[in-house]
Ligand binder design. Structure first.
Ligand code: C5P
Length: 396
Protein backbone atom coordinates (compact mmCIF):
# COMPACT_ATOMS: atom_id res chain seq x y z
CA UNK A 1 0.00 0.00 0.00
CA UNK A 2 1.05 3.58 -0.60
CA UNK A 3 1.40 5.81 2.44
CA UNK A 4 1.32 9.56 1.89
CA UNK A 5 2.85 11.54 4.75
CA UNK A 6 2.17 15.26 4.94
CA UNK A 7 3.58 17.97 7.21
CA UNK A 8 1.86 17.75 10.56
CA UNK A 9 3.29 16.95 13.99
CA UNK A 10 1.41 13.62 14.07
CA UNK A 11 3.90 12.44 11.41
CA UNK A 12 6.18 11.46 14.28
CA UNK A 13 3.94 8.40 14.76
CA UNK A 14 4.28 7.21 11.18
CA UNK A 15 7.39 5.04 11.71
CA UNK A 16 5.35 2.97 14.17
CA UNK A 17 2.55 2.65 11.59
CA UNK A 18 5.01 1.45 8.96
CA UNK A 19 6.38 -1.18 11.34
CA UNK A 20 2.92 -2.40 12.21
CA UNK A 21 1.83 -2.68 8.58
CA UNK A 22 5.02 -4.53 7.67
CA UNK A 23 4.59 -6.91 10.60
CA UNK A 24 1.19 -7.91 9.22
CA UNK A 25 2.69 -8.65 5.84
CA UNK A 26 1.82 -5.40 4.09
CA UNK A 27 4.27 -3.88 1.60
CA UNK A 28 4.50 -0.15 2.24
CA UNK A 29 5.91 2.52 -0.04
CA UNK A 30 6.07 6.05 1.37
CA UNK A 31 5.57 9.36 -0.43
CA UNK A 32 6.40 12.44 1.64
CA UNK A 33 5.64 16.09 1.09
CA UNK A 34 8.47 18.55 1.64
CA UNK A 35 6.86 19.79 4.88
CA UNK A 36 6.60 16.22 6.21
CA UNK A 37 10.40 15.96 6.19
CA UNK A 38 10.48 18.54 8.99
CA UNK A 39 8.63 16.09 11.24
CA UNK A 40 9.97 12.67 10.31
CA UNK A 41 13.13 11.63 8.56
CA UNK A 42 12.93 9.95 5.13
CA UNK A 43 15.79 7.71 6.21
CA UNK A 44 13.78 6.32 9.14
CA UNK A 45 10.84 5.55 6.85
CA UNK A 46 13.04 4.03 4.16
CA UNK A 47 14.73 1.78 6.72
CA UNK A 48 11.48 0.63 8.30
CA UNK A 49 9.60 0.15 5.04
CA UNK A 50 12.59 -1.57 3.44
CA UNK A 51 11.89 0.42 0.26
CA UNK A 52 12.91 3.75 -1.14
CA UNK A 53 10.99 6.80 0.05
CA UNK A 54 9.59 9.15 -2.60
CA UNK A 55 10.20 12.85 -2.05
CA UNK A 56 8.93 16.00 -3.71
CA UNK A 57 12.09 16.43 -5.82
CA UNK A 58 11.46 13.05 -7.44
CA UNK A 59 8.46 14.47 -9.33
CA UNK A 60 10.41 16.67 -11.69
CA UNK A 61 13.79 15.04 -11.42
CA UNK A 62 15.71 14.57 -14.66
CA UNK A 63 17.13 11.38 -13.31
CA UNK A 64 13.79 9.86 -12.24
CA UNK A 65 11.65 11.59 -14.83
CA UNK A 66 11.73 8.71 -17.28
CA UNK A 67 9.96 6.43 -14.81
CA UNK A 68 7.12 8.98 -14.24
CA UNK A 69 7.00 8.38 -10.47
CA UNK A 70 3.42 9.56 -9.81
CA UNK A 71 1.98 7.26 -12.45
CA UNK A 72 4.08 4.27 -11.44
CA UNK A 73 3.17 4.75 -7.77
CA UNK A 74 -0.54 5.18 -8.52
CA UNK A 75 -0.57 1.98 -10.57
CA UNK A 76 1.32 0.01 -7.93
CA UNK A 77 -0.90 0.98 -4.97
CA UNK A 78 -3.70 -1.36 -3.86
CA UNK A 79 -4.73 1.32 -1.35
CA UNK A 80 -3.51 4.82 -0.60
CA UNK A 81 -3.60 6.28 2.91
CA UNK A 82 -2.70 9.89 3.69
CA UNK A 83 -1.65 10.13 7.32
CA UNK A 84 -1.46 12.66 8.78
CA UNK A 85 -3.52 14.63 6.26
CA UNK A 86 -3.02 18.36 6.77
CA UNK A 87 -5.56 21.04 5.85
CA UNK A 88 -3.37 21.80 2.84
CA UNK A 89 -3.29 18.21 1.65
CA UNK A 90 -7.09 17.91 2.00
CA UNK A 91 -7.46 21.09 -0.03
CA UNK A 92 -5.12 19.86 -2.78
CA UNK A 93 -7.06 16.64 -2.99
CA UNK A 94 -10.49 18.33 -2.97
CA UNK A 95 -9.45 20.79 -5.68
CA UNK A 96 -7.69 18.18 -7.76
CA UNK A 97 -4.32 19.93 -7.69
CA UNK A 98 -1.29 18.08 -8.97
CA UNK A 99 1.73 20.20 -8.13
CA UNK A 100 3.09 17.96 -5.42
CA UNK A 101 4.23 14.37 -6.01
CA UNK A 102 1.68 13.06 -3.52
CA UNK A 103 -1.13 15.21 -4.94
CA UNK A 104 -0.32 14.11 -8.49
CA UNK A 105 -0.18 10.47 -7.41
CA UNK A 106 -3.58 10.78 -5.74
CA UNK A 107 -5.06 12.22 -8.94
CA UNK A 108 -3.79 9.24 -10.88
CA UNK A 109 -4.70 6.58 -8.31
CA UNK A 110 -7.68 4.31 -8.90
CA UNK A 111 -7.23 2.32 -5.67
CA UNK A 112 -9.28 3.13 -2.54
CA UNK A 113 -8.05 6.30 -0.79
CA UNK A 114 -8.16 6.88 2.96
CA UNK A 115 -7.32 10.17 4.64
CA UNK A 116 -6.60 10.77 8.32
CA UNK A 117 -6.95 14.50 8.97
CA UNK A 118 -4.90 15.73 11.93
CA UNK A 119 -4.53 19.38 12.92
CA UNK A 120 -5.45 22.00 15.51
CA UNK A 121 -9.11 21.73 16.58
CA UNK A 122 -10.03 25.19 15.26
CA UNK A 123 -8.41 24.47 11.92
CA UNK A 124 -10.28 21.17 11.77
CA UNK A 125 -13.56 22.93 12.59
CA UNK A 126 -12.98 25.60 9.93
CA UNK A 127 -15.70 25.57 7.28
CA UNK A 128 -13.19 25.48 4.44
CA UNK A 129 -11.52 22.37 5.84
CA UNK A 130 -14.85 20.70 6.61
CA UNK A 131 -16.16 21.43 3.13
CA UNK A 132 -13.04 19.97 1.56
CA UNK A 133 -13.34 16.83 3.68
CA UNK A 134 -17.06 16.50 2.84
CA UNK A 135 -16.22 16.83 -0.83
CA UNK A 136 -13.71 14.00 -0.49
CA UNK A 137 -16.16 11.79 1.41
CA UNK A 138 -18.81 12.42 -1.25
CA UNK A 139 -16.37 11.24 -3.90
CA UNK A 140 -15.80 7.98 -2.10
CA UNK A 141 -12.63 8.81 -0.16
CA UNK A 142 -12.70 7.26 3.30
CA UNK A 143 -12.26 10.24 5.64
CA UNK A 144 -11.47 8.92 9.12
CA UNK A 145 -12.42 11.45 11.76
CA UNK A 146 -9.64 12.52 14.10
CA UNK A 147 -10.10 11.69 17.74
CA UNK A 148 -10.59 14.31 20.44
CA UNK A 149 -8.01 14.93 23.14
CA UNK A 150 -4.83 16.82 23.92
CA UNK A 151 -3.29 18.37 20.81
CA UNK A 152 0.37 19.24 20.26
CA UNK A 153 -0.51 22.96 20.29
CA UNK A 154 -1.65 22.62 23.90
CA UNK A 155 -5.37 22.79 23.12
CA UNK A 156 -7.96 20.09 23.60
CA UNK A 157 -10.44 19.01 20.96
CA UNK A 158 -10.89 17.02 17.77
CA UNK A 159 -7.75 16.91 15.67
CA UNK A 160 -5.65 14.02 16.94
CA UNK A 161 -4.57 11.50 14.37
CA UNK A 162 -5.82 8.01 15.27
CA UNK A 163 -3.16 5.73 16.77
CA UNK A 164 -1.09 3.66 14.30
CA UNK A 165 -2.89 0.49 15.35
CA UNK A 166 -6.21 2.10 14.40
CA UNK A 167 -4.93 3.44 11.09
CA UNK A 168 -3.62 -0.05 10.34
CA UNK A 169 -7.10 -1.53 10.91
CA UNK A 170 -8.61 0.92 8.40
CA UNK A 171 -5.90 0.00 5.91
CA UNK A 172 -6.55 -3.74 6.35
CA UNK A 173 -10.24 -3.14 5.74
CA UNK A 174 -9.48 -1.17 2.58
CA UNK A 175 -7.09 -3.89 1.40
CA UNK A 176 -9.43 -6.83 2.09
CA UNK A 177 -9.79 -8.60 -1.26
CA UNK A 178 -13.52 -9.10 -0.73
CA UNK A 179 -16.16 -7.18 1.20
CA UNK A 180 -18.67 -9.99 1.08
CA UNK A 181 -20.06 -9.20 4.56
CA UNK A 182 -20.88 -5.58 3.65
CA UNK A 183 -23.51 -4.31 6.10
CA UNK A 184 -24.14 -7.76 7.62
CA UNK A 185 -24.78 -7.60 11.38
CA UNK A 186 -22.37 -9.97 13.12
CA UNK A 187 -22.49 -10.61 16.87
CA UNK A 188 -19.46 -12.31 18.41
CA UNK A 189 -18.86 -13.52 21.96
CA UNK A 190 -15.23 -13.86 22.98
CA UNK A 191 -12.97 -14.43 25.95
CA UNK A 192 -13.48 -16.30 29.21
CA UNK A 193 -15.95 -15.56 31.98
CA UNK A 194 -15.09 -15.01 35.62
CA UNK A 195 -17.46 -16.72 38.04
CA UNK A 196 -16.79 -15.09 41.38
CA UNK A 197 -16.92 -17.20 44.55
CA UNK A 198 -16.23 -14.26 46.85
CA UNK A 199 -14.96 -10.71 46.24
CA UNK A 200 -11.41 -11.88 45.37
CA UNK A 201 -11.67 -15.38 43.90
CA UNK A 202 -13.18 -16.68 40.73
CA UNK A 203 -13.39 -19.76 38.54
CA UNK A 204 -12.22 -19.25 34.96
CA UNK A 205 -10.21 -20.75 32.07
CA UNK A 206 -7.18 -19.65 30.02
CA UNK A 207 -9.12 -18.19 27.07
CA UNK A 208 -7.51 -14.94 25.82
CA UNK A 209 -10.32 -13.99 23.44
CA UNK A 210 -7.88 -14.10 20.54
CA UNK A 211 -9.81 -16.47 18.29
CA UNK A 212 -13.16 -14.73 18.86
CA UNK A 213 -11.68 -11.31 18.30
CA UNK A 214 -9.91 -12.57 15.18
CA UNK A 215 -13.34 -13.65 13.88
CA UNK A 216 -14.75 -10.21 14.78
CA UNK A 217 -11.91 -8.26 13.14
CA UNK A 218 -11.93 -10.40 10.01
CA UNK A 219 -15.70 -9.81 9.67
CA UNK A 220 -15.17 -6.05 10.07
CA UNK A 221 -12.42 -6.08 7.43
CA UNK A 222 -14.94 -7.72 5.08
CA UNK A 223 -17.44 -4.93 5.63
CA UNK A 224 -19.63 -6.31 8.44
CA UNK A 225 -21.02 -4.27 11.31
CA UNK A 226 -19.67 -6.09 14.33
CA UNK A 227 -20.71 -6.16 17.96
CA UNK A 228 -18.61 -8.09 20.45
CA UNK A 229 -19.62 -9.30 23.88
CA UNK A 230 -16.22 -9.61 25.50
CA UNK A 231 -15.36 -11.41 28.71
CA UNK A 232 -12.57 -10.21 31.01
CA UNK A 233 -9.36 -10.06 28.94
CA UNK A 234 -6.91 -7.42 29.98
CA UNK A 235 -5.16 -6.27 27.94
CA UNK A 236 -7.21 -7.26 24.89
CA UNK A 237 -5.10 -9.45 22.57
CA UNK A 238 -5.59 -7.14 19.58
CA UNK A 239 -7.04 -3.83 18.54
CA UNK A 240 -10.77 -3.43 19.20
CA UNK A 241 -10.97 -0.62 16.66
CA UNK A 242 -14.14 -0.67 14.57
CA UNK A 243 -15.85 -3.17 16.88
CA UNK A 244 -18.73 -2.18 19.13
CA UNK A 245 -17.67 -3.85 22.35
CA UNK A 246 -19.73 -4.63 25.45
CA UNK A 247 -17.59 -5.81 28.35
CA UNK A 248 -18.99 -8.47 30.68
CA UNK A 249 -17.59 -10.53 33.52
CA UNK A 250 -19.84 -13.50 34.25
CA UNK A 251 -21.82 -15.98 32.14
CA UNK A 252 -25.07 -14.43 33.37
CA UNK A 253 -23.95 -10.98 32.19
CA UNK A 254 -22.86 -12.46 28.88
CA UNK A 255 -26.24 -14.11 28.44
CA UNK A 256 -28.10 -10.83 29.05
CA UNK A 257 -25.84 -8.94 26.65
CA UNK A 258 -26.30 -11.58 23.93
CA UNK A 259 -30.09 -11.60 24.34
CA UNK A 260 -30.20 -7.79 24.16
CA UNK A 261 -28.49 -7.98 20.74
CA UNK A 262 -30.27 -11.01 19.37
CA UNK A 263 -32.83 -9.19 17.20
CA UNK A 264 -30.08 -7.04 15.70
CA UNK A 265 -27.81 -9.94 14.69
CA UNK A 266 -27.87 -11.83 11.41
CA UNK A 267 -24.86 -14.01 12.19
CA UNK A 268 -23.96 -15.02 15.75
CA UNK A 269 -20.51 -16.41 16.51
CA UNK A 270 -20.21 -17.99 19.95
CA UNK A 271 -16.47 -18.10 20.50
CA UNK A 272 -16.49 -17.31 24.23
CA UNK A 273 -15.27 -19.93 26.68
CA UNK A 274 -18.24 -19.58 28.99
CA UNK A 275 -17.95 -20.97 32.52
CA UNK A 276 -20.33 -23.91 32.86
CA UNK A 277 -20.82 -23.40 36.60
CA UNK A 278 -21.07 -20.54 39.07
CA UNK A 279 -21.27 -20.44 42.86
CA UNK A 280 -24.81 -21.00 44.09
CA UNK A 281 -24.18 -18.11 46.40
CA UNK A 282 -21.39 -15.56 46.01
CA UNK A 283 -19.97 -14.88 49.48
CA UNK A 284 -20.05 -11.19 50.41
CA UNK A 285 -16.68 -11.45 52.25
CA UNK A 286 -13.40 -13.16 51.46
CA UNK A 287 -13.54 -16.82 52.52
CA UNK A 288 -10.95 -17.47 55.27
CA UNK A 289 -8.67 -20.50 55.24
CA UNK A 290 -8.27 -20.73 59.02
CA UNK A 291 -9.99 -23.72 60.59
CA UNK A 292 -10.84 -25.19 57.19
CA UNK A 293 -8.82 -28.21 56.06
CA UNK A 294 -10.91 -28.77 52.97
CA UNK A 295 -13.38 -26.69 51.05
CA UNK A 296 -16.29 -27.91 48.98
CA UNK A 297 -17.87 -25.54 46.54
CA UNK A 298 -21.58 -25.51 45.92
CA UNK A 299 -21.92 -24.77 42.20
CA UNK A 300 -24.94 -24.46 39.94
CA UNK A 301 -25.03 -24.67 36.19
CA UNK A 302 -24.89 -21.51 34.07
CA UNK A 303 -27.36 -21.04 31.24
CA UNK A 304 -26.13 -22.44 27.93
CA UNK A 305 -26.25 -19.25 25.88
CA UNK A 306 -25.64 -20.93 22.54
CA UNK A 307 -28.44 -23.44 23.15
CA UNK A 308 -30.82 -20.65 24.15
CA UNK A 309 -29.96 -18.69 21.00
CA UNK A 310 -30.31 -21.89 18.96
CA UNK A 311 -33.84 -22.40 20.31
CA UNK A 312 -34.93 -18.77 19.85
CA UNK A 313 -33.30 -17.73 16.61
CA UNK A 314 -35.23 -16.77 13.46
CA UNK A 315 -34.77 -19.01 10.39
CA UNK A 316 -32.65 -16.35 8.64
CA UNK A 317 -30.20 -16.12 11.54
CA UNK A 318 -27.03 -18.18 11.45
CA UNK A 319 -25.49 -19.52 14.62
CA UNK A 320 -21.87 -20.61 14.68
CA UNK A 321 -20.42 -22.32 17.74
CA UNK A 322 -16.97 -23.38 18.80
CA UNK A 323 -16.16 -26.70 20.40
CA UNK A 324 -12.99 -26.95 22.45
CA UNK A 325 -12.56 -30.68 22.94
CA UNK A 326 -9.90 -32.89 24.43
CA UNK A 327 -11.09 -36.23 23.02
CA UNK A 328 -13.22 -37.62 20.24
CA UNK A 329 -13.32 -34.14 18.77
CA UNK A 330 -15.53 -34.76 15.72
CA UNK A 331 -18.18 -36.84 17.42
CA UNK A 332 -18.47 -34.49 20.41
CA UNK A 333 -18.60 -31.46 18.15
CA UNK A 334 -21.34 -32.90 15.95
CA UNK A 335 -23.38 -33.85 19.03
CA UNK A 336 -22.97 -30.28 20.33
CA UNK A 337 -24.12 -28.88 17.02
CA UNK A 338 -27.36 -30.91 17.20
CA UNK A 339 -28.00 -30.22 20.86
CA UNK A 340 -27.49 -26.45 20.62
CA UNK A 341 -29.19 -25.87 17.26
CA UNK A 342 -26.01 -24.56 15.62
CA UNK A 343 -25.75 -24.13 11.84
CA UNK A 344 -21.99 -24.62 11.91
CA UNK A 345 -19.45 -25.61 14.50
CA UNK A 346 -15.72 -24.97 14.60
CA UNK A 347 -14.09 -27.80 16.47
CA UNK A 348 -10.61 -27.88 17.85
CA UNK A 349 -8.59 -30.28 19.87
CA UNK A 350 -7.25 -28.04 22.63
CA UNK A 351 -4.66 -30.64 23.62
CA UNK A 352 -3.07 -30.77 20.16
CA UNK A 353 0.15 -28.74 19.85
CA UNK A 354 -0.33 -25.30 18.23
CA UNK A 355 -4.06 -25.32 18.85
CA UNK A 356 -6.57 -23.98 21.32
CA UNK A 357 -6.26 -21.72 24.34
CA UNK A 358 -3.71 -18.93 24.47
CA UNK A 359 -2.00 -20.23 21.33
CA UNK A 360 -1.08 -18.02 18.36
CA UNK A 361 -2.13 -20.69 15.92
CA UNK A 362 -5.11 -22.92 15.59
CA UNK A 363 -6.26 -25.98 13.68
CA UNK A 364 -10.02 -25.91 13.34
CA UNK A 365 -12.44 -28.30 11.74
CA UNK A 366 -15.31 -26.35 10.20
CA UNK A 367 -18.25 -28.72 10.45
CA UNK A 368 -21.36 -28.05 8.35
CA UNK A 369 -24.39 -30.36 8.38
CA UNK A 370 -23.19 -32.10 5.20
CA UNK A 371 -19.43 -31.63 5.02
CA UNK A 372 -16.23 -30.70 6.83
CA UNK A 373 -13.17 -28.63 6.12
CA UNK A 374 -9.85 -28.42 7.98
CA UNK A 375 -8.40 -24.92 8.45
CA UNK A 376 -5.11 -24.20 10.16
CA UNK A 377 -2.58 -21.41 10.64
CA UNK A 378 -2.40 -18.17 12.62
CA UNK A 379 -5.70 -17.52 14.35
CA UNK A 380 -6.16 -14.36 12.24
CA UNK A 381 -5.68 -16.32 9.01
CA UNK A 382 -7.92 -19.13 10.19
CA UNK A 383 -10.65 -16.58 11.02
CA UNK A 384 -10.42 -15.16 7.52
CA UNK A 385 -10.56 -18.64 6.01
CA UNK A 386 -13.65 -19.42 8.10
CA UNK A 387 -15.45 -16.34 6.73
CA UNK A 388 -14.39 -17.20 3.17
CA UNK A 389 -15.86 -20.62 3.59
CA UNK A 390 -19.05 -19.42 5.30
CA UNK A 391 -19.71 -16.46 3.00
CA UNK A 392 -19.58 -18.83 0.03
CA UNK A 393 -22.16 -21.11 1.63
CA UNK A 394 -24.50 -18.49 3.04
CA UNK A 395 -25.23 -15.87 0.38
CA UNK A 396 -25.30 -13.17 3.04
O1 C5P B 1 -18.64 -25.31 26.57
P1 C5P B 1 -19.07 -26.00 25.30
O2 C5P B 1 -18.03 -26.87 24.73
O3 C5P B 1 -20.42 -26.60 25.36
O4 C5P B 1 -19.19 -24.79 24.26
C1 C5P B 1 -19.66 -24.99 22.95
C2 C5P B 1 -20.26 -23.72 22.38
O5 C5P B 1 -21.32 -23.26 23.24
C3 C5P B 1 -19.31 -22.56 22.26
O6 C5P B 1 -19.66 -21.90 21.07
C4 C5P B 1 -19.59 -21.69 23.50
O7 C5P B 1 -19.30 -20.32 23.27
C5 C5P B 1 -21.07 -21.94 23.71
N1 C5P B 1 -21.49 -21.88 25.13
C6 C5P B 1 -22.42 -20.96 25.53
N2 C5P B 1 -22.86 -20.93 26.83
C7 C5P B 1 -22.38 -21.80 27.74
C8 C5P B 1 -21.42 -22.75 27.36
C9 C5P B 1 -21.00 -22.76 26.03
O8 C5P B 1 -22.86 -20.16 24.71
N3 C5P B 1 -22.82 -21.75 28.99
Amino acid sequence: MLLGVTGGIAAYKIPELVRRLRREGCEVEVVMTRAAEHFVSPLVLATLSGRRVWRQEDLLSEERGASIPHIRLAEWAEAVAVAPCTADAASDLAYGRGEGLLAATLLAAEAPVLVFPAMNAHMYGNVAVQENLSTLARRGVRVVEPSAGALACGEEGPGRMPEPVEIAEEVFRALAPVHDLQGVHVLVTAGPTHEYLDPVRYISNPSTGRMGLAMARAAWHRGAEVRVILGPVDPAPCSLYGLEVTRVVSALEMRDAVMANLDWARVIVKAAAVGDYRARERKPHKMKREGREALSLDLVQNPDIAAEVGAKKRPAQILIGFAAETDDVRRNARAKMERKGLNFILANDVLAPGSGFASETNALRLIAPDDEELLSGRKEDVADAVWSSLAGRLQL
